[in-house]
Write a protein that binds this ligand. Structure first.
Ligand code: HDE
Length: 726
């Protein structure tokens, strides 16, 4: 971190008490602790990002050295440009073709590298090498995404998040292409193009970008009750995450594990962040979409640059083959969860993201996930949505990445050897030697050869499921209950989360122009889920709601403990972002105390000033600025501290600082008022509550502050904030 104060000659003698603290800060600056902070990290990163051509001559793609990269070749000093200029033409032609088609869904994304490490004891379930060797660290690449918006859309829109993981295992690549919701909008892949056409910006005017709040989305989902459960997730706080570091991931479909004795079981993948689950509030999400459309990718990138590595625990729910039919829903139905009360999650390993990409296009944009990339020990189920995905992803890469050799792009390449008789095609990078590109062959002794499944590190063999049925286009009757689990989700949420669901349906439906669509959603979908929910939304929209409770089907379980985000409060405050507002005549000692505490907690603190210039401490010291209050708004932080100092009058004159505090209060954030700053509460017309900490010395409020930060928001304040201006 930048030193907070310049070594002003007058400071030394008065700051003796803090010498140790300052030394700690300095050693952190020098890299003695892993707790690097934002500002230095940015500088260091600028130093590190070197081109691979540093110290090399500029050339054309054919290797011809270029003497002038500033001027095209012209017929005379003021004459026209010559067609002959092969340097200009090569450069412009390449530039013209720089873009590739964006992903049809999940176009907006961000990725990072890391590793996966298995826990002990998984061999009882699976023979997959990367899951059964706890000493091995398997490299991974994760790409997070939103579903609806194009590549340049904002990060914080209301949407399900994609959470795709590529495991580069020694037995081939395994792609776990999941979402941050455990269920999906449709049950059969044949409905996916319809769903995507409805959710995407409308075709006549290409609006809205990155939002489901429009007629075609609600038209479709109100006509397709199987979407009810997933829509409920999309209307909940899960769909406006505070950070990509604080989302859960799910494989959605039921898969299979197969162990070395060929015994199979059904599984569902879950992965849960050590950082806990946290959401934005809706007003923040909307404002961030304008003030920092890169909010989530920046948060992930900066955390990793600063050595604050996000971590998730991977687990599976395991269902024995013989228990397949023992639930009141179908395991093959991707609109259903298995409540954890019925089948708990067994942890099988953890993964950490610890390296940013070197080049966004080469890695994040060109990575090609496919649920069909699977390794021995894992297999598919007959979930009809999964089955369609097995076709779609490879197919889409052909047009995105321009041919069948996309597995040769570095980010997609397996780390284990691969050999076969596939040849040629667009963008072939390999120079295959020899004459025999077929099998059987005697010219090359039949190489490469098949490896039987029973051999060590053997060949892939599909689970030998017995199939006996008619060739038929039909939806299984066991897929027909669309509302019990939507109800289970709603009823399992904390009261403030339920209120947010009501607010979200109200907001979204208020944007729907056609009254009959609004009415259908409220009267035919919501009324079938929960009468109270439907009435609240209905009242807001002026729509009457029938009482359908008599028809409600009672599910095996009515409430589940692991659906509310409140069930995932983190143990620490690692990576939380704290803004400290400072003005001239700030109390320096108080800042050092805060700084040391933050370093110890591995959190992030920014000293925000009225302008980018440093401010003066009480004793004439200079406090460097980590950013200007106007440019680093409260919506980008988890908590605010208004620093101690002899400057209450200055703060009262500062409309930006006052708005900062009002907004943080309105967004239910912990706020610390140091020294005489507690007077601001009254001046701003705010009530003191459990989230407003007041003290002369930060030391005495630090522990309480930490607990508030762990819990992320002051929910009890929500009832009183309506009258505060947005
Ligand atoms: Fe996808 N999906 N999807 N999807 N999906 C794509 O693949 C598709 C589904 C998911 O970061 C596309 O490479 C079909 C469920 C993620 O690169 C495409 C069906 C789940 C990502 C495609 C589904 C997902 C994609 C677009 C229904 C959660 C981003 C570009 C049968 C389990 C991966 C591409 C990344 C991307 C098709 C349903 C998650 C078009 C046909 C269910 C996280 O192939």
């Amino acid at each position: 971190m930048k030193p907070l104060f310049s070594s002003h000659p007058s400071v030394g003698s008065q700051m003796n008490d803090n010498t140790n603290d300052q030394n700690k800060i300095k050693s952190a600056l020098a890299g003695d602790t892993p707790d690097k902070q934002n500002v230095t990290a940015k500088t260091a990163q600028l130093d590190q990002v070197r081109s691979d051509a540093t110290n090399e001559a500029l050339t054309t793609n054919q290797g011809v050295k270029i003497a002038d990269n500033q001027n095209s070749l012209k017929a005379g000093v003021r004459g026209s440009t010559l067609l002959e200029d092969f340097i200009l033409r090569e450069k412009i032609t390449h530039f013209d073709h720089e873009r590739i088609p964006e992903r049809i869904v999940h176009a907006r994304g961000v990725g990072a590298h890391g590793y996966f490490q298995a826990y002990e004891g998984n061999e009882q379930f699976t023979k997959a090498g990367f899951l059964t060797d706890p000493t091995m660290q398997t490299p991974i690449f994760v790409r997070f995404s939103t579903v609806q918006g194009p590549r340049g859309s904002a990060d914080t829109v209301r949407d399900i998040r994609g959470f795709a993981i590529k495991f580069y295992t020694q037995e081939g690549n395994f792609d776990l292409v999941g979402n941050n919701a455990p269920v999906f909008f449709v049950q059969d892949g044949i409905k996916f193009p319809d769903f995507v056409h409805a959710v995407k910006p409308e075709p006549h005017n290409e609006m809205p970008t990155g939002a489901t709040a429009h007629d075609t989305f609600w038209d479709f989902v109100s006509l397709v009750p199987e979407s009810a459960h997933t829509v409920m997730w999309a209307m909940s706080d899960r769909a406006i995450p505070r950070s990509l570091r604080s989302i859960q991931g799910f494989g959605v479909h039921t898969f299979r594990f197969i162990n070395a004795h060929e015994k199979a079981c059904f599984i569902k993948f879950h992965w849960t962040p050590k950082q806990g689950l946290q959401a934005l509030v809706w007003d923040e999400a909307q404002k961030l979409a304008g003030k920092d459309p890169d909010f989530h990718r920046r948060d992930l990138y900066e955390a990793i640059e600063q050595g604050i590595y996000p971590e998730w625990e991977l687990g599976v729910q395991i269902v024995e083959e013989e228990d397949e039919m023992s639930f009141d829903f179908d395991l093959l139905d991707p609109t259903k969860i298995i409540p954890e009360e019925l089948v708990p999650v067994t942890p099988i390993g953890k993964f950490v993201l610890n390296r940013n990409v070197d080049n966004f296009f080469a890695e994040t944009e060109q990575i090609a996930f496919c649920p069909g990339h699977i390794v021995s020990g894992i297999d598919f189920s007959n979930d009809p949505l999964l089955q369609a995905r097995l076709f779609s992803y490879t197919d889409t890469q052909l047009s995105r990445l321009g041919g069948p050799n996309f597995h040769q792009i570095p980010i997609n390449k397996p780390v284990c050897p691969y050999h076969n008789h596939q040849r040629d095609g667009l963008h072939q990078h390999e120079i295959h030697k020899g004459q025999a590109s077929y099998q059987p062959n005697s010219i090359d002794n039949n190489w490469p050869i098949e490896i039987p499944p029973a051999a060590q590190n053997g060949g892939f063999e599909s689970y030998q499921e017995r199939i006996d049925g008619h060739k038929i286009r039909v939806r299984s009757e066991s897929f027909s209950d669309h509302f019990s689990q939507a109800r289970l989700y709603y009823r399992s949420l904390a009261p403030h989360e339920q209120k947010h669901v009501v607010d979200a349906y109200t907001f979204e439906l208020s944007k729907v122009q056609r009254q009959h669509i609004r009415e259908r959603e409220v009267q035919e979908i919501l009324a079938n889920i929960d009468t109270d929910l439907a009435r609240q939304v209905g009242d807001n929209l002026g729509i009457t709601v029938p009482d359908l409770e008599e028809n409600f089907k009672h599910a095996m379980i009515e409430k589940s403990g692991k659906l509310s985000m409140q069930a995932f409060i983190p143990e620490d405050i690692q990576g939380k972002k704290i803004a400290v507002l400072i003005h001239d005549k700030v109390n320096a000692e108080s800042l050092y105390t805060i700084q040391n505490w933050v370093i110890k907690e591995n959190a992030i603190v920014h000293l925000l000033t009225p302008t980018p210039a440093p401010v003066k401490g009480i004793r004439g010291e200079q406090a460097a600025s980590d950013g200007m209050q106007k440019a680093e708004p409260s919506i980008a932080y988890d908590a605010v501290i208004i620093a101690d100092g002899d400057n209450l009058e200055e703060v009262l004159q500062d409309g930006v600082a006052k708005h900062y505090l009002l907004e943080a209060y309105k967004h239910l954030k912990p706020i610390v008022f140091l020294g005489n700053k507690s007077e601001l509460l009254e001046q701003l017309g705010l009530s003191a509550d459990e989230g407003t900490l007041i003290g002369d010395d930060f030391k005495y409020v630090a522990e309480k502050f930490k607990q508030l930060l762990r819990h992320h928001r002051i929910w009890s304040r929500e009832a009183v904030i309506e009258s505060i201006p947005a």
